[in-house]
Design a protein around this ligand. Structure first.
Ligand code: HPA
Length: 278
């Protein structure tokens, strides 16, 4: 088995010639039902994950699984349409491999989006939440993507995580959301492994420990992006209430449907953010 660095290099070598003259510095990861942003890109080059050496293909409905390189207005970006999840059976190294490859391709800023349940009782389906911090439950239980030998050329053995989400990017997102009239909260994202949704008691617990939104992605990628010295912005689209009150049950179809509704807001916001960053 090749070392992690060799695997990254193999994927980079496969993708780099396809970038032609593009030199994107920003990548955007599109979560469940949020893939529509990629359709707004111009002059695109599209690479299915299944063709990229070392990439795992997503098995989940609503995650189409391709890398799209193109222009958002005049800004060069890479959009990752779909991601793989720990609950699909991949390990944490596999679900974060693409972050390593983006870094090797020259990406400096990673915008991670996801669909999430709203633990905070103020949140409504369709709202957006800028991630201030996370609680990475699988990571705390031993499934940290940095577990195992550390390659010092990729990052530190013990990277700090006190400021995992870049405050300047969050401030920018908040300002742009206000300007565009888009509801934008700021809060703590809790990641669970899934795939089952939470019990009522778990939801009460997650709220008690300080969570505002709950989902099944993003935290491992944020860890690896920080390890690789990237700037990170995380945005959750709240697709359902997850307060444990009332009868409503979260389900994947609802997550996808509300995600699609929130998609245009999120796309407008990301467009505004990216324009300010260039
Ligand atoms: N729980 C966990 N993950 C989710 C949810 C939820 O309620 N909604 C969207 N992703």
């Amino acid at each position: 088995m090749d070392s992690l660095r060799e695997q990254i290099e193999e994927a980079r070598r496969f993708i780099a010639p396809k970038l032609e003259d593009y030199k994107p510095k920003i990548a955007i990861v599109l979560g469940s039902g949020l893939g529509s942003l990629a359709e707004g890109l111009n002059e695109t080059i599209s690479i299915p994950y299944s063709e990229i050496p070392g990439f795992a293909a997503s098995t989940v409905q609503g995650h189409s699984g391709r890398m799209v390189i193109g222009k958002l207005d005049d800004c060069e970006v890479i959009a990752m349409q779909g991601r793989t999840h720990f609950y699909e059976g991949y390990d944490m190294q596999q679900v974060t491999f693409y972050v390593r490859v983006l870094r090797a391709l020259g990406i400096e800023t990673l915008i991670l989006t996801n669909a999430a349940g709203g633990l905070n009782p103020v949140y409504r389906p369709g709202d957006l939440m800028g991630i201030t911090d996370h609680i990475f439950m699988p990571g705390m239980a031993g499934h940290n993507p940095l577990r195992g030998p550390n390659d010092d050329q990729l990052g530190l053995r013990f990277p700090a995580m006190l400021i995992a989400y870049t405050p300047a990017l969050l401030d920018l997102a908040e300002r742009e959301a206000r300007r565009l009239g888009i509801t934008f909260h700021q809060g703590v994202y809790v990641m669970l492994a899934g795939p089952s949704f939470e019990t009522r008691a778990e939801l009460r617990y997650l709220r008690m420990i300080g969570g505002d939104a709950v989902g099944m992605s993003t935290a491992p990628e944020t860890i690896v992006a920080n390890h690789a010295s990237m700037r990170v912005l995380g945005i959750s689209a709240i697709t359902n209430t997850a307060t444990g009150e009332g009868e409503a049950e979260a389900n994947h179809d609802e997550v996808l449907a509300v995600g699609r509704e929130a998609g245009p807001h999120l796309a407008r916001l990301i467009r505004a953010i990216v324009t300010r960053l260039y």
